[in-house]
Design a protein. Structure first.
Length: 160
């Protein structure tokens, strides 16, 4: 959607921009973000997915383990003029429960984990505090299937 991103050498970024745009477009379509909603972009990297919806929603929060990626996400948000974003260094399984315990309840969560899939602690947080919408973008069908076994206790698969 014509958004460009700055990235540091250690930050993760999909290598095929045409396919990435299609993939993230499908994820954003599935999210169906609304103006009054708060969204979490877990495993956010440089902020690609969250910043693609930031102008359409109330707030976007993201987390990643790579310090440089979070610095890039903050810089990208500032450059794009988005003041409704918050990015934090840390694992999704550490940061999301902290936010939830602080009273933050996101309307939607996008997860785009590494090939290892979701950590069990994150799955438990999602089951304990389920958002209205969960979008799971996966690059490994076996870990997606494994995680869906647990997530299907609270969530219905509506779109593949």
């Amino acid at each position: 959607n014509e958004v460009t991103f700055d990235l540091s050498p250690r930050a993760f970024f999909q290598l095929n921009p045409q396919q990435t745009e299609l993939l993230y477009g499908e994820g954003i379509k599935a999210l169906d973000a609304q103006p009054d909603e708060t969204i979490v972009d877990a495993y956010c990297g440089v902020g690609t997915i969250g910043l693609s919806v930031a102008k359409k929603v109330k707030e976007v929060r993201g987390m990643d383990t790579v310090t440089q990626a979070i610095a890039d996400a903050k810089r990208n948000a500032e450059r794009l003029g988005y003041h409704n974003t918050r990015y934090e260094v840390g694992t999704a399984e550490q940061v999301l429960p902290k936010w939830l315990n602080e009273g933050f309840q996101p309307d939607g969560i996008i997860v785009d984990p590494p090939r290892t899939g979701l950590d069990n602690a994150l799955i438990q947080s999602l089951l304990k505090f389920p958002p209205k919408k969960l979008v799971y973008i996966s690059c490994n069908v076996s870990t997606l299937a494994r995680d869906l076994v647990h997530l299907s206790k609270k969530f219905n698969v509506e779109y593949l």
